[in-house]
Design a protein around this ligand. Sequence first.
Ligand code: ZN
Length: 348
Amino acid sequence: MRAVTVTPGVPNSLRLTEEWPEPAPEEGAILVEALAVGVCGTDHEIIAGSYGEAPPGQERLVLGHEALGRVLEDPTGRLHAGDLVAGIVRHPDPVPCTNCAVDEWDMCRNGLYTEHGIKGLPGFARDRWRVQPKFAVGLDPALAQVGMLLEPTSVVAKAWDHIERVGRRAEWKPQTVLVTGAGPIGLLAALLATQRELSVHVLDRATSGPKPDLVRALGATYHATPVAELDFEPDVVVECTGAPVVVMAVMYKVGPTGIVCLTGVSSGGRTIESDPGALNRALVLENNVVLGSVNANRRHWELAAEALARADRGWLNSLITRRVPVGGYADAYAPQPDDIKVVLDFQA
Ligand SMILES: [Zn+2]
């Protein structure tokens, strides 16, 4: 069968392997036929050789962590042949740490977790894969075209879960949310904000392309101005750019008792002028909280599946700006200017 693979640490070792072995039974009882995988920045980093780890004893890593497939067989009876399914990306560390011990692997404390298509486990960019029931998430049958958005949606479902847990430290009735960055994570964070009936603002650099219209289609307001120029103070900020200037600006901009959730991973190494004393003063005097959020556990994947099932299908579909057949895999992994989400299609 076909698989898209890399040799981790070796730049541009991306290949489509035609004779990849069938998934081993130890990978899980549920056998799945791939429909599609989404492509994201982590894939680009792995292809560039700066990230990624093959399974123990193997040279190559199958890519793909934003899965969508159709169940071929599930002898455990939890899912049925034909059901749509995604595989949870992260598995708990073997020690396990206090959080992995209770299946909160998104909060792993020792970094020994494994991740499909990223770190020590084969990915989902292959014709067939297997998954253990514990890591299989069923999707609404209507999501056959867009269900590969479940993984990025799980990331924002976790961010919202943690924002709301922090919010409950005191009386909390948020009204406005600012999302910075209108990539897939930002747009999905905005979707979940509209489902909470908040007044939603999305800020991005783009003044053309699909982003402004996608934001307006949610009933949200689009801004292409610097954060400091916004004429309101948000109750919640979901920061999805990782850009140092934006990260600093939203910590000043957030309103009294406001929460800033950072989800963007910065590359580091770029310095900007800052006044830590003034920032500290701004955060303390307004009871602000700044938290980082990454990955998701099973509870968040299930919340994400519900959120996608409730969302407008046409809008979700318009996040997918290119669908590339597996044979043209190299195109899928070559970014283009107006890309939002690119999908590798195993059925085309
Ligand atoms: Zn752990």
